[in-house]
Ligand binder design. Structure first.
Ligand SMILES: [Zn+2]
Length: 247
């Protein structure tokens, strides 16, 4: 969302329902805010913007927004039963790993680390596919596919989609060698199934920096890069992020 306010304003603030908007100033009075709408979201939202005029009077404007549900195809997968029916020890491990990710999505770094447009983490590959697929694994409905997959040979270089700090680099049951970059302002990118890490937790990375290699670790049917995006906790289509005209 980019605004071109038609006059002098000060103290711009806004929200989408209860989610506060964080604005980036683009110069010439133009501002931009990123809003995350989850892949399973639908229904009505209220966009509110408030600002002061020269006399210090607050002006509020509201726009009702309707989020229409997006339809996703069904994907049927057959996997070894031990990757689907988890023994209690593995189930506890998976739940601890999910909890660590969940904690990250709720951690807001107040500084914006990203600069300009996000770039594809696998340079010469076709756009990633399969976002939102409704998964049926061994005839059981499961969580939708929350990222998009790059087809790339094992060992291909994986690059940081934008400047960030490495928020997580660990081996997980589903994600395999899993890397999460914190770009600030509750925007995260996710890289799963890596063959190896080329960075560690806490490192600062620049856009395009080599951070790992494509692999087949975790729950996979073959080598690929699973690329995911979280914005304000919402699961976002990575292709939508890559297309955003950011400055
Ligand atoms: Zn995937």
């Amino acid at each position: 969302m980019t605004l071109n306010p038609a006059g002098w304003i000060e103290g711009l603030r806004g929200s989408l329902d209860t989610q506060p908007l964080i604005f980036t100033h683009l110069g010439r009075g133009r501002v931009q805010a990123l809003v995350g709408i989850d892949l399973e979201a639908s229904g009505r939202r209220m966009l509110r913007l408030e600002a002061n005029d020269r006399q210090g009077r607050a002006h509020l404007r509201e726009w009702p927004i309707r989020v229409t549900p997006r339809r996703f195809a069904v994907q049927r997968l057959t996997l070894p039963q031990q990757m689907v029916e988890l023994d209690p020890e593995t189930a506890a491990r998976v739940s601890a790993e999910a909890e660590r990710l969940h904690t990250l999505w709720n951690t807001i770094t107040s500084q914006r680390l990203w600069q300009g447009a996000f770039v594809s983490p696998v340079m010469s590959a076709a756009p990633p596919e399969g976002f939102g697929l409704r998964r049926v694994i061994n005839d059981q409905p499961r969580s939708p596919h929350s990222g998009a997959d790059y087809k790339a040979p094992e060992g291909s270089v994986v690059r940081a989609s934008n400047a960030a700090r490495v928020a997580l680099a660990e081996e997980q049951f589903f994600g395999g060698n899993a890397l999460v970059l914190d770009h600030g302002l509750s925007l995260y990118t996710i890289y799963f199934h890596l063959q190896e890490f080329l960075v560690k937790r806490g490192d600062t990375v620049h856009k395009g920096q080599e951070i790992g290699r494509v692999g087949a670790t975790g729950r996979v049917t073959g080598p690929h890069l699973h690329f995911g995006v979280r914005l304000q906790g919402a699961r976002i289509d990575p292709n939508a992020l890559l297309r955003l005209p950011l400055r």
